[in-house]
Design a protein around this ligand. Structure first.
Ligand code: FAD
Ligand code: NAD
Length: 481
């Protein structure tokens, strides 16, 4: 038996690494074991988010959007860009550099906070050490095995793409989201299975830089998790940009022949065929717990593979917690991070809490989408008499100046109490605008609170202000309906 810690975190993604840092900020001795392996076999902290998720996708979204705007919007500003071209290799090099810089940053953060970063894999064992400490088997990257002990263990092992039996990933023609982030060139024809967040974001990237993108979505409804009005506007805008989104499309097979992928699917019109050069499978993610739990630890895993936890991320086994994508709730980096912080506070005997009803969602397409709280339908289904206020970006001076007038901000509020129940924004910088609404909801704000808050002019945030005014039919810059 060698090193002992107050806290060992297994998994160094956006759930695990903040938990380890906060533990040391709380005066505890913490280690973070992480087994991420890049495609070249190198190790990096940061998990899916930094290495194959949030960060690389946003890097590509930014590059491809700039290219799109230069080709489609600059003209309206009087800017001519003769010979406009995109160098995909340079775009990918930038993406890789950003990822490398960010994951290297975590090693630095660990050093400065005093977290022991341990590259390799961790397994919680059933046995216990002296005075009931938990025992973790740590396997280094070169295969050395040692036992570590800790008073508390946080499981943060994340998730992996859900496979689809009818379209098995071969890593070359049929790829997952990681493969789609690292494509060396824009395929002439790109197919995507799943019109979820990944399908829309990565579909947008490759469509903007030249691919003909077809997205096959099994459900008849588009973005079923979103407010219906927002989803309707998003579908309209994304189709207008050229994304061919086919709803109610159930894939029965995908086979590779002569370098192309032949996809068979059925929809309301019967059996259909689609031929593409690359096919991305993006039908969701599933929790990853392989090799994480030794025999007899007592940690429960449900039928979908999620580690079972209570609202404070306790597994029920003393001293063992689980956070992030490997437990219930939305698979989002900020949800994972906040759970990590909550657990590190609770372990230190401090206050820790998550409000699972106020977790924002952002889809980084153009227009961007962001929402928090209840949709109009959800509030109505809960029996609340709602009032709705909405403001179109076409009426925003700043949005007009930005050539970004598509979309709206919409507030759902309780008609009786005026309390804000949800906010749904599709439009420029929606992901930034939603932060004000999250804060408002955290403080239990009403529409009147937002109405009486001064918003700088001309800013996009005025759309939120005007939507709050519109909820009481007192909007100034748009028609009150
Ligand atoms: P992960 O980030 O998956 O990290 C888990 C880590 O644990 C990994 O490094 C893994 O190798 C390691 N591990 C697993 N088992 C062991 C073990 N036994 N021993 C040691 N290490 C182990 N979310 C957002 O909020 N915003 C976005 O914009 C966004 N974009 C995304 C784009 C894409 C393409 C994808 C795929 C996901 C995106 N997500 C986004 C989701 C986000 O990446 C996840 O919700 C988030 O990474 C979950 O964090 P986590 O710490 O729970 O798990
Ligand atoms: P998702 O759950 O967002 O979307 C999957 C889509 O695939 C759904 O619309 C679903 O109906 C559809 N689908 C499922 N089975 C299908 C089938 N057999 N054929 C056709 N369609 C099918 O999942 P995702 O897009 O893979 O993303 C995975 C996770 O990563 C999500 O939980 C998401 O929250 C997270 N993520 C977040 C962001 C962000 O926050 N901006 C970006 C990317 C990923």
């Amino acid at each position: 038996m060698s090193d002992s810690y107050d806290v060992i975190v297994i998994g160094g993604g956006p759930g695990g690494y903040p938990a380890a840092i906060r533990a040391t900020q709380n005066g505890l001795k913490a280690a973070c074991i992480d087994g991420w392996k890049n495609q070249d076999g190198s190790h990096a902290f940061g998990g899916t988010c930094l290495n194959a998720g949030c960060i690389p996708s946003k890097a590509l979204l930014e590059s491809s959007e700039l290219f799109h705007r230069a080709g489609h919007e600059f003209k309206a500003h009087g800017i001519a860009v003769p010979g406009l071209a995109i160098d995909i290799a340079a775009m990918q090099k930038r993406r890789a550099q950003i990822v490398k810089g960010m994951s290297g940053g975590i090693a630095m953060l660990f050093k400065s906070a005093g977290v022991t970063g341990l590259p390799g894999t961790g397994k919680l064992l059933a046995e216990s050490g002296a005075d009931g400490a938990r025992v973790v088997e740590y396997t280094t990257l070169d295969g050395k095995v040692e036992k570590l002990t800790a008073k508390q263990v946080v499981l943060a092992s994340g998730s992996v793409p859900t496979p689809l039996r009818s379209a098995p990933v071969d890593g070359k023609h049929i790829i997952d989201s990681w493969g789609a982030l690292e494509l060396p060139a824009a395929p002439e024809r790109l197919g995507v299975i799943g019109a979820g967040v990944i399908g829309l974001e990565l579909g947008s990237v490759w469509q903007r830089v030249g691919s003909k993108v077809t997205i096959l979505e099994a459900l008849p409804d588009f973005l079923s998790v979103a407010d219906r009005q927002l989803a309707g506007e998003a579908l309209k805008q994304l189709r207008k940009q050229g994304l061919d989104i086919k709803l109610g499309a159930k894939v029965s097979s995908a086979t590779v022949k002569n370098g192309a992928v032949h996809v068979s699917y059925t929809n309301a019109g019967g059996e259909q065929q689609l031929t593409v050069d690359r096919l991305v499978v993006a039908i969701g993610r599933r929790p990853y717990t392989e090799g994480l739990l030794g025999e007899g630890t007592g940690v429960q895993v449900d039928e979908r593979g999620f580690i079972v936890v209570d609202e404070h991320c306790r597994t029920g086994v003393p001293g063992v917690w689980a956070i992030g994508d490997c437990v219930r709730g939305p698979m989002l980096a900020h949800k994972a991070k906040d759970e990590g912080l909550m657990v590190a506070e609770l372990i230190a005997g401090r206050y820790g809490h998550m409000d699972y009803n106020i977790i924002p969602s952002v889809v980084y397409t153009a227009p961007e989408m962001a929402w928090v709280g209840q949709s109009e339908d959800q509030a109505k289904a809960a029996g609340v008499q709602v009032k709705i206020g909405s403001f179109p970006f076409v009426a925003s001076g700043r949005a007009r100046a930005m050539e970004a007038t598509a979309g709206f901000a919409k507030i759902v509020a309780d008609a009786a109490t005026d309390r804000i129940l949800g906010v749904h924004i599709i439009g420029p910088m929606a992901g930034e605008l939603i932060a004000e609404c999250v804060l408002a909801m955290e403080y239990g704000a009403t529409c009147e609170d937002l109405q009486r808050t001064i918003h700088a002019h001309p800013t996009l945030s005025e759309a939120v202000h005007e939507a709050a005014l519109a909820a009481d039919k007192r909007a100034i810059d748009t028609l009150n309906r």
